[in-house]
Design a protein around this ligand. Sequence first.
Ligand SMILES: [Zn+2]
Length: 392
Amino acid sequence: VEPIFTATELAEVKTYHAPKYAYSMLNTILGPLVLLLMLRFVVRPLWSLSNRLGSAFETGAAARVGLQRLAAAAETLWRGPGWASALVFSLLFFELYGLVDVPVEIWFGYVHEHAHGLARMAFGTFLLDMLKGHLVFVVALGALVFGLFGLARRTPHWWWLLGVAAAMLMVVSTALDPFRNRLYVEQTSLEPGELRKRIVALLNKAGVEFRDVVIEHTASRTVRVQAYFAGTGVTRTIVLNDSLIATFSTDEILASVAHEAGHVNESRVLSRLGSSCVLLVFLWAIERLFRWSATHRWFGIQNRADVRTLPLIVLFFATGLLVGNPVSGAFSRQRELAADQYGIRLTGDAPAFRSMLRKAARVNKMDPDPPRWVVIKGISHPPIAQRIALAQ
Ligand SMILES: [Zn+2]
């Protein structure tokens, strides 16, 4: 197999990835450590501050800003006072926990990407994206905390009720995927012509139902090429970015679409069943945490479903990910190789498939052979050199 990079290029690619690997290793150790320190030193003072702010809002400030009806409704749903304190506590906790990550995020997401010629976006755009992402997170966190703790305060059966609801919500969320990226980048329908005709023919051959083929305009932000399918059934959208259209030949574009079509046709029954079971066990374990924390009066907790258990839940979740990621990563890499094989069979054009992978690796500066531990820790795609060798 012809090497993807020259020696000089490979050295540059390795220089790009080295700090990412180092930080990933560091974060595995520091993440839980920071959480433990916060459990020990931050939870109690943060709660007393949140409780003061939240109570003040519930008992007076809400009425002053014209939100008394909303506050009354929230109190009914929550079955008593304390909902605002819970929201303030969870928000402040995550702001503090995420504070360390802000400079890291800016360095990796902006400085490092620019230094290696991968990013094109202006700093203002980068900050605006960060802010948008953060706002989405805050809204989701508020809904989750209010929903989870509010339901748990009402019934000890909350964990399986929420588990079933979450499984259904995941289906809805997948259907909405095509619209999520529009918060950040512009998408336009791929105009009629030779390329569109051939993509549609390929998808028909694969029996893939879809709504549209769109171009995502990312060239002003990044040099990276990208193709993905978003949504499911009638909402499924074939997304190709403008850099991919500009860099790849028609046959290479078809190869990447054929790979994605392989994901549509893979059986998801086992993975859906598996993730639903894991979710149920996780939620059940949270209910145990609720009871233990009340029995043992952790952080001054007296009743189950107290929001002060949230940092413990986060620690529990982070530990679970550390154990779960290698497993889900291994399954994911298996699916990627299967999608490669499917794609080659669909187009019957292995050379175009290999040159597509090579170009993607070169433009996106993929590490052809990442360290073994990085793979085991749970990367979603097999090393690109392996994929090219198998396509050979
Ligand atoms: Zn894939």
